[in-house]
Design a protein around this ligand. Sequence first.
Ligand SMILES: C[S@@+](CC[C@H](N)C(=O)[O-])C[C@H]1O[C@@H](n2cnc3c(N)ncnc32)[C@H](O)[C@@H]1O
Length: 187
Amino acid sequence: MSAFVYLSNLLQDRYVASVMPTSRLAVEKICSRIDLESVRVVIEYGPGTGVFTRALLRRMRPEARLVAIERNEALSNLLRRNCRDTRLQVYTDCAGKILDIARRSGAGQADCVLSGIPFSFLPPATRAELLRNTYRILRKGGKFLAYQTFYQPPGHLRVPVRELFPSVRIGFAVLSVPPLLFIEATK
Ligand SMILES: C[S@@+](CC[C@H](N)C(=O)[O-])C[C@H]1O[C@@H](n2cnc3c(N)ncnc32)[C@H](O)[C@@H]1O
């Protein structure tokens, strides 16, 4: 069902950038890098059908908040319908609007920004601005976690992230289909 949803949306919107949701193993591995028992605010870029969204909500505390930003209208509507949780706010918009959305949501600074969007599709200036705004919305010590497939252009995300964040680590979820690389940057 999810693969069908991705494929049909991908045919109309190349920014969907995937033919299937991230596999359970990769979701677990990447989520294990977030201290979900103590986070107050998490922001998710590109939740798609919500495989990460649900995994995050399962472990977040009752008073924590999750702000999800999904640019594809059909996917964001699906997520709103299928993931009813008072801690979740879904915005149909581009991650580039993060500062405005954070202000409107009243969530304040984030403990973690988790991203699945295809950064390589963004023009370099847009990518740089989104990264700067992501840095601004994180509290000190907050984490930016961005996962993507191995076959992305090398360095297009790692290099600008290293210019902004004092601590950057690269991780892999090789058993996932397709295999994923993730960047873990701490402010
Ligand atoms: C590779 S899919 C990942 C979906 C899901 N997080 C997963 O792991 O299965 C990328 C998602 O990001 C969304 N997206 C792409 N560019 C975006 C942007 N600039 N802002 C917000 N969402 C975006 C797409 O519509 C799609 O749902």
